[in-house]
Design a protein around this ligand. Structure first.
Ligand SMILES: [Zn+2]
Length: 159
C-alpha cells in the first residue's frame, strides 16, 4: 500500500486517508523543502494542490500527484489513482490526529482507556481503538455513521 505525505492545504484529505488505513504524514507546519525531503527519504508519494511544488517534485524524480477540485473530488481522485477502497473500518484505520497505529481494546481490557473518554462513552461501548502515541480513543459512535455515509458518497464519485 502506498504511503503518503500531504501538503498543508490538504488536511482533510490527510484525515480521510488515515481513516481508510493509509500511512499519511501531515503537519500544517511542514514547508515545501521538508515535504520533498520526507517524500524522498521515506518513500512516500507527495500529494499537493500546489503546481509549483508538483513541478519541483517531478524535477526531483519524486512521485507526486497534483490534487485538484473540491475536497470530495480530491479524496475520490486520490483513492482512484492509488486503488484505495472507499471503506472505513476502525480496525484498519490509523489515528486521524497523529497517524499512529491503533490498538484494539476489547471489553475485558477497557480499563486501559478509562479517563481518556467521557464516562458515558466508557460505559456505553465495549470496543475501542487506542492510539498509543497521542492517547486518542476511537469507537463506533454516532460520528461513525457520518464516516460511512461520506465513504458511500466518495464511492459514488469513483464510479
Ligand atoms: Zn494519535
Amino acid at each position: 500500500m502506498n504511503r503518503f505525505v500531504v501538503d498543508a492545504m490538504l488536511g482533510r484529505l490527510a484525515t480521510w486517508l488515515r481513516l481508510v488505513g493509509c500511512d499519511t504524514y501531515y503537519s500544517p507546519k511542514t514547508d515545501d523543502d521538508d515535504l520533498l525531503r520526507i517524500a524522498r527519504d521515506d518513500s512516500r508519494v507527495l500529494l499537493t494542490a500546489d503546481e509549483e511544488l508538483s513541478r519541483r517534485a517531478a524535477d526531483d524524480g519524486t512521485e507526486c500527484m497534483l490534487v485538484r477540485g473540491t475536497v470530495d473530488e480530491r479524496v475520490a481522485s486520490v483513492f482512484m489513482r492509488f486503488g484505495i477502497e472507499a471503506v472505513a473500518d476502525p480496525a484498519l484505520s490509523r489515528c486521524t490526529k497523529c497517524n499512529g497505529a491503533l490498538v484494539h481494546i476489547f471489553a475485558d481490557e477497557k480499563d486501559r482507556i478509562k479517563g481518556l473518554v467521557f464516562d458515558q462513552t466508557f460505559n456505553h461501548y465495549d470496543e475501542f481503538w487506542l492510539c498509543e502515541y497521542c492517547s486518542s480513543v476511537f469507537f463506533r459512535g454516532g460520528q461513525w455513521k457520518n464516516i460511512e455515509k461520506y465513504m458511500a458518497r466518495i464511492a459514488d464519485l469513483m464510479t
